[in-house]
Write a protein that binds this ligand. Structure first.
Ligand SMILES: *Cc1c(COP(=O)(O)O)cnc(C)c1O
Length: 358
């Protein structure tokens, strides 16, 4: 029931979210299939206990130690020249984006992004009263120079590029980012939620643009770090941009528990990134298998693949679900998205898919 007291623009609007269905193989929301190791679980227990004894106190409002640890991680993972002053952290990169739009969007301001892409951008705009527009990606679902030019003709205040892009997996070419940075002086947000899954040998936007006056790169611990349940995302940005986020955040927005657990997970980045490497390899194996079985599959720099093409994709989605494998019905017509699971889960997906389409 919609309350008649709701804001007019929210009347009849339903909450967004993928179905949370309890099945044996869940490959629908790009989670990391590997649970934290026993050692990490034990270490989290110890850090949580230490924090528990001080829960009568508010947490560090500026999450200084967590931001410092994230900066250390980013220096090694992305070769970004950053310190804690370049890092903003919040409850998931969803909240980071909210802060960015609260501080840099708002009434009379326009955000442009490139479709098909992450559907949440439109919601962040709605909630922050920021105008929203999209420009289509090319036929390969890439953002090219023509798309950038078309976006800039709309006169945006903010341009968002998701790379690797959800749900297509496609990666923004470095020269296209250079072109955008050269030709646009508003806020550029590169959403690298899947950054760690990029092909080895390719650079994160962080390497070149960390701390640039108008470029923000957002990251998350939800995917590569197996911490979707923790809710920690962060931005790598110029200190002036970080300062703007501090103005709009709610006081004590990151709990002491979250800060402590995130720091512990970061101290296990070696073993967590080993899983990322394994998943990248699984992605390539699955892409090769799909191609060999005459499916179309897009090249992906993320922990998922977009594949098809199906005359009735819903029937395929349902057929997989009937066989205990949940994937996502999203993206361009006829296509489906599957998250990369453990080798066993990926095998279950292959078996279920063949039985579904035969
Ligand atoms: C999963 C995802 C996020 C991460 O959201 P969190 O709030 O950090 O869990 C951000 N952007 C995109 C495109 C995603 O797919």
């Amino acid at each position: 029931m919609t309350s008649p007291l709701r804001r007019d623009d929210l009347k009849g609007v339903v909450p967004y979210g993928a179905p949370q269905i309890d099945v044996p193989v869940r490959l629908n929301v790009n989670e990391n299939p590997f649970a934290p190791s026993d050692e990490l679980v034990a270490a989290i227990g110890r850090s949580a206990a230490a924090v528990a004894s001080e829960l009568n106190r508010y947490p560090d409002r500026d999450a200084f130690e967590l931001r410092s640890d994230l900066a250390t991680y980013i220096r090694s993972e992305s070769q970004g020249n950053v310190t804690w002053e370049n890092i903003w952290v919040a409850n998931g990169s969803n909240e980071v984006m909210h802060h960015l739009l609260q501080a840099f969007g708002g009434p009379g301001r326009l955000l442009v992004t490139f479709s098909p892409t992450y559907s949440m951008y439109e919601e962040y705009c709605r909630e922050t009263f920021t105008e929203f527009a999209t420009v289509s990606r090319n036929t390969a679902y890439e953002v090219d120079q023509a798309a950038i030019s078309a976006a800039l003709e709309l006169g945006p205040d903010i341009v968002v590029v998701c790379s690797p892009n959800n749900p297509t997996g496609t990666v923004l070419a470095p020269d296209i980012l250079d072109f955008l940075v050269d030709s646009f002086h508003g806020l550029i947000i590169v959403d690298e939620a899947y950054g760690e899954f990029r092909e080895s040998g390719t650079d994160s936007a962080i390497k070149k643009y960390a701390g640039h006056p108008n470029v923000v790169i957002t990251r998350t611990m939800s995917k590569a770090f197996s911490c979707a349940g923790l809710r920690v995302g962060y931005a790598v940005a110029n200190p002036d941009i970080v300062e703007a986020c501090r103005v709009v955040r709610l006081p004590y927005h990151i709990s002491a528990m979250t800060q402590a657990v995130a720091r512990t997970a970061l101290s296990f980045s070696g073993e967590l990134l080993d899983h990322v490497a394994l998943l990248r390899n699984e992605r390539e194996l699955l892409a090769t298998w799909l191609t060999a079985h005459c499916f179309t599959v897009l090249p992906s720099g993320a922990n998922f693949l977009l594949f098809g093409s199906f005359a009735d994709r819903h029937a395929v989605w349902q057929g997989l679900l009937d066989r205990g494998v949940l994937i996502r019905e999203t993206g361009p017509t006829g296509m489906l998205r599957v998250s990369i699971g453990t080798p066993q889960e990926n095998q279950a997906f292959r078996d279920a898919l063949l039985r579904t389409v035969e």
